[in-house]
Design a protein. Structure first.
Length: 248
């Protein structure tokens, strides 16, 4: 049976056709979330990161992981110990979380990071690195509780993830063209503080680093949240990354 003839192939081609008809970022995100749900993948992050020699152009284009977990991840600086990140430094081939558990000897700290994903109803996920012609790398990373990550599903998801990421990038590029008339940019100080927020620092810690008062830090964060149309600081970080105001 050819890929196009089975259910995975049929859904994939239908998804691409629907995607090509959309230009609005929110509509594209909704379509992606709906398609991933069919596989049992209820959370997803799509993130563009800079390649070797590139400028700091990394940005989040889609994230449905809970704010609480992201705050926890940033606060504990898991990126330095996350086995998914470690694996990406070794290979740019797609892999699942379960692949890591089976093929690598994980440390206790690495296992704890992966096990904490249960807090947002996920026990396995699929990491899809997307390499652009310029050499930069993007990550499309869906996860869920007992998702379908069979070989056929992986093939379909790699196509879905690649097309989804490209569609989001096009929509965001168009959004940025009209962005100056719709949203006030952050001030240099607000960007500086939001970078430290993204690094998991508290207002007290940021105040000590920048030698300013905690209340001043909080005021800048609140002002940034208003400009970024965010009610929580974690979502403000996501929005700041999305609009290119800060970079990881």
């Amino acid at each position: 049976m050819s890929f196009a003839a089975d259910e995975y192939g049929r859904r994939t081609f239908e998804f691409i056709e629907k995607l090509q008809q959309l230009q609005n970022c929110d509509e594209i995100q909704n379509l992606i979330v709906k398609e991933l749900d069919w596989y049992g993948l209820t959370r997803v992050t799509s993130w563009s990161i800079p390649g070797p020699g590139d400028g700091p152009e990394g940005k989040v284009s889609l994230n449905t992981r809970p704010d609480g977990y992201i705050e926890h991840y940033l606060r504990h600086q898991y990126i330095d110990r996350d086995p998914v990140v470690t694996e990406l430094r070794r290979s740019l081939s797609p892999f699942t979380w379960d692949d890591l558990r089976q093929n690598r000897r994980l440390t206790k700290a690495e296992r704890r990071i992966m096990d904490e994903a249960h807090e947002f109803d996920s026990d396995d996920g699929f990491i899809i690195p997307i390499v652009t012609r310029s050499g930069s790398v993007a990550l499309f990373s869906p996860c869920g509780l007992h998702p379908d990550l069979s070989p056929r599903a992986r093939s379909a998801l790699e196509i879905v993830g690649t097309y989804a990421h490209c569609a989001l990038q096009r929509a965001m590029a168009q959004e940025r063209r009209v962005q100056p008339t719709l949203r006030k940019p952050l001030t240099p100080r607000e960007r500086e503080i939001m970078r430290w927020v993204a690094a998991g620092k508290t207002d007290d810690e940021i105040g000590e680093i920048l030698t300013i008062g905690r209340e001043t830090v909080t005021t800048h964060v609140e002002n940034a949240k208003v400009k970024l149309n965010a009610t929580r600081r974690t979502y403000a970080v996501v929005q700041a990354l999305r609009f290119g105001e800060i970079h990881l």
